[in-house]
Write a protein that binds this ligand. Structure first.
Ligand code: GLU
Length: 438
């Protein structure tokens, strides 16, 4: 194959959203085309007129673009029914196909077929269970194998990269190429993506649409980076690699031969790395528009305010949806203590917190440095270790035991809210002391 005219295609059926597996197949095709200065063709396999939906098609196209890919040509199989019929008629005329009950059957004699798969090496097919295959259904629509062969041939596709679940289709398609006198493309069947338990991806494990990942606040570049590593890695084993960088070195023959296991933890880690590498301004814009779309931010909130709050969480955020949980205590009127704070709630520190409040009140400039100083001084005077006060104060202020640095949190909340919330937990403790457990 002349590397100058490599033509590959991604051929999704718009009968569902674009999932991880399809997106990765798309990515491998795209990268291979880019690496070889070839053409990447998008072919929409919408022959099933009932199950194909505009909504799915739009999501597929949007997701491909969102992930950072583009295409050189796009074709729709639903507009090519006439062509498939023409080629079916030709096969009938040549005695290689037969029309029965309205459907057209391709007749074949199976012989040994050998392919040199670019990814898996030699694959030999010796037999097929039948000796005929429907190519045009009685409703006039072509079957997948037939339209795929006609289009791959007419679109000059010279390398077919697809999931290994299609291996069983390959010999049938090759027989059709031969019957029609078309030249056979190269093949690369890439291994499937497996769930952590080893089976196929399920709804619980990664079989989620690209759109849902976007909704969760995964960044397009991070998701593309992760998809890339599902079965491929650069020679230096770098984990953070952009599509632009991958383009220069990607080769389909380097894709692993065994299934890649999907790991949400790894995806989250990569996403977190992309988030951490942003400037605070970039992150503020990104988080601001994400949270704005989710109508999470209070109206008229100044950008500076958003920046202060998201700044607390940037290093701790693995996906933008996490911000909704971590930022909630900043906007809620009342703090809601989460169930795992019971141990803190059951140990009243009324006097200690009252003492701390007095110390905080006199801080003029409520910055984290000054707060820390006041806080340490209060602990010293009370003869307490810092952590003995840090935990209850965090619970009082945010309702949770974990979160951003306490002094930064206090600065962002501001003196009034801090004192109000400390008083609220004091009140709560008093109630327990007076009335026993509530
Ligand atoms: N429409 C088929 C699919 O989505 C395409 C398979 C192929 O690449 O040949 O599985």
């Amino acid at each position: 194959m002349n590397s100058q005219n490599l033509r590959v295609r991604f051929a999704p059926s718009p009968t569902g959203f674009l999932h991880i597996g399809g997106a990765r197949t798309c990515l491998f095709n795209w990268l291979y085309a880019k690496h070889r200065s070839g053409k990447f063709i998008l072919r929409i396999e919408d022959t099933d007129l009932e199950r194909s939906k505009k909504e799915y098609l739009e999501e597929i196209l949007e997701s491909i673009k969102w992930l950072g890919m583009d295409w050189d040509e796009v074709h729709f199989q639903s507009k090519r029914f006439g062509l498939y019929r023409e080629y079916a008629d030709r096969l009938i005329k040549e005695g290689k196909a037969e029309q029965k009950d309205g459907a057209v059957f391709f007749k074949y004699q199976m012989q040994r077929i050998e392919i040199d798969d670019l990814n898996r090496g030699k694959i030999i097919f010796n037999e097929l269970p039948k000796n005929e295959e429907v190519i045009i259904k009685s409703d006039g629509s072509p079957t997948y194998n037939f339209s795929c062969v006609i289009d791959d041939a007419l679109m000059d596709i010279n390398c077919v990269i697809r999931g290994e679940d299609h291996i069983s289709n390959t010999p049938k398609q090759i027989l059709m190429y031969q019957a029609l006198g078309f030249s056979i493309p190269k093949y690369a069947h890439v291994p499937l993506i497996l769930s952590p338990s080893g089976g196929r991806l399920s709804k619980r494990f990664g079989a989620t649409s690209i759109r849902e990942y976007k909704e969760q606040g995964y960044l397009s570049k991070a998701l593309a980076n992760y998809l890339l590593l599902l079965g491929w890695s650069p020679k230096d084993n770098r984990e953070i690699i952009s599509l632009q960088e991958a383009k220069d070195i990607f080769d389909i023959k380097d894709v692993n031969k065994t299934g890649a296991v999907f790991s949400l933890d790894k995806l989250e880690w990569i996403n977190g790395e992309y988030i951490r590498s942003m400037s605070l301004d970039e992150f503020t814009d990104l988080a601001g528009s994400y949270l704005g779309e989710k109508s999470f931010l209070p109206e008229n909130l100044e950008r500076e305010e958003i920046k202060k709050i998201v700044g607390l969480f940037q290093v701790r955020t693995s996906k933008l949806a996490d911000l909704i949980t971590s930022m909630k205590p900043y906007f809620d009127q009342e703090v809601i203590y989460s169930p795992d704070t019971q141990d803190v709630l059951e140990k009243p520190l009324v006097k200690e917190l009252q003492f701390l409040i007095e110390g905080l009140k006199i801080i003029q400039d409520f910055t984290k440095e000054n707060i820390e100083q006041g806080f340490r001084k209060a602990c010293e005077d009370l003869g307490l270790k810092l952590k003995n006060l840090v935990h209850p104060v965090r619970v009082a202020l945010t309702g949770t035991k974990h979160g951003a640095g306490l002094f930064e949190t206090m600065e962002v909340l501001g003196k009034d809210k801090v004192i109000k919330r400390l008083n609220k937990i004091i009140q709560y403790w008093r109630m327990i002391q007076d009335h026993g457990k509530i």
